[in-house]
Design a protein around this ligand. Structure first.
Ligand SMILES: NC(=O)c1ccc[n+]([C@@H]2O[C@H](COP(=O)([O-])OP(=O)(O)OC[C@H]3O[C@@H](n4cnc5c(N)ncnc54)[C@H](OP(=O)(O)O)[C@@H]3O)[C@@H](O)[C@H]2O)c1
Length: 330
């Protein structure tokens, strides 16, 4: 019954038709560009040839693409901080990675990206851990990967739409909180925002390109590059809210179209974005093999991005004020 109800909902048709078409469009675009133009692709490079071990923070690292990225980048020599909501899932993911490769450096820290309070506690825990382990108080790579696919509109304790807060506001707030640590790096640092072919993350794209303008183009002194990465369709737990029969049907259709990937393959565009040379800042990585393409025209609207930036900053200020008031009151 639940599956049938979902199948007849507007949301279900939007997902089935619009998203599949936009994904096919992205692949066709990549294919035609490859045939008719010189497609722009970037090789993977180790960003940190120095002896100091670079620190990489990955949100949503307890499942799917985040866990696959943690595995790959820890093997590349990063000290990976896995960030997630559940301490049990964090320990389980670390154990699984260590079973395959013992000599990797991993640390688990909890955060709920739908809570500003939780993000502030996360920042303190991170600073304390760096201090306790005698590591330089800086971050070299931040991957904003956590995200949900909500099938209904619901609100967080702070009164925001749960999906928008997790997928966009969480990334915006965390990036701003960690910016001083990214700027404090003695080697070039990077932010990778994981976005989606559905372009339901257009806020995340506007934010990525605005951050690229502010950090890479206008303030090159800090050597921070910003990339967007779109993994395509990947078989992960992202459809956990969709009735099981419907998600299985969706995976079957995507598989028969030949565009469904495993997390180990789907993570390619994220790793490409993480390891591309600095001059690729502001690019949208899609399709693996270091390939990039243009995202939707709306995502390049600089005026809209400025407005979004200003209202997101206002939102953060309001949240901080509310937190200060409730601390005073208690
Ligand atoms: N799979 C795809 O086809 C696809 C396509 C395009 C883009 N993406 C994007 O890729 C990213 C990773 O998704 P995935 O496919 O790997 O999905 P997934 O397997 O469901 O992983 C999502 C991760 O985000 C975490 N998360 C969710 N809400 C959170 C919160 N409030 N605070 C902290 N962490 C939270 C989850 O933690 P819990 O385990 O605690 O829930 C989980 O670790 C998402 O941003 C998604 O939009 C995925």
């Amino acid at each position: 019954m639940e599956a049938l109800q979902f199948l007849f909902s507007v949301e279900s048709w939007r997902m089935a038709v619009f998203w599949t078409l936009s994904l096919i469009f992205s692949y066709l675009h990549l294919l035609f560009r490859g045939i008719f133009q010189k497609s722009q692709s970037y090789p993977r490079r180790s960003l940190h040839p120095s002896s100091e071990q670079p620190i990489c923070i990955i949100t949503g690292a307890t499942s799917g693409l985040g866990a696959a990225a943690a595995k790959y980048l820890s093997r590349e020599g990063y000290y990976v901080v896995l960030v997630g909501r559940s301490s049990h899932l964090l320990s389980k993911t670390i154990q699984e990675i260590k079973q395959q490769q013992e000599d990797v450096h991993l640390k688990a820290l909890q955060v709920d990206l739908s809570s500003f309070q939780s993000m502030l506690s996360f920042k303190s825990s991170l600073e304390q851990w760096l201090l306790d382990t005698n590591l330089h108080p800086s971050v070299q790579l931040l991957i904003n990967n956590a995200g949900i696919l909500a099938t209904s509109c619901r609100f967080t304790a702070e009164g925001y739409d749960q999906m928008v807060e997790t997928n966009y506001i969480g990334a915006f707030a965390l990036t701003n909180l960690l910016l001083p640590m990214l700027k404090n790096s003695s080697t070039p640092s990077r932010i990778v925002n994981v976005t989606s072919f559905t372009h339901r993350c257009v806020c995340l794209l506007l934010f990525s390109y605005e951050l690229h303008r502010q950090l890479f183009l206008m303030d090159p002194s800090h050597h921070i590059s910003v990339m967007a990465a779109d993994p395509g369709a990947v078989k992960t737990a992202i459809m956990r809210e969709v009735p099981r029969h419907v998600s299985q049907l969706a995976f079957t259709v995507l598989k028969s179209l030949g565009i469904l990937q495993s997390p180990e393959n789907g993570v390619d565009s994220i790793i490409d974005a993480a390891l591309a040379p600095r001059e690729a800042s502001g690019q949208y990585f899609f399709g693996g093999k270091g390939r990039t393409m243009k995202s939707s025209p709306l995502s390049y609207d600089a005026k809209l991005a400025e407005k979004l930036w200003a209202s997101s900053c206002e939102l953060l200020r309001e949240a901080q004020l509310t937190m200060q008031e409730s601390t005073k009151a208690s």
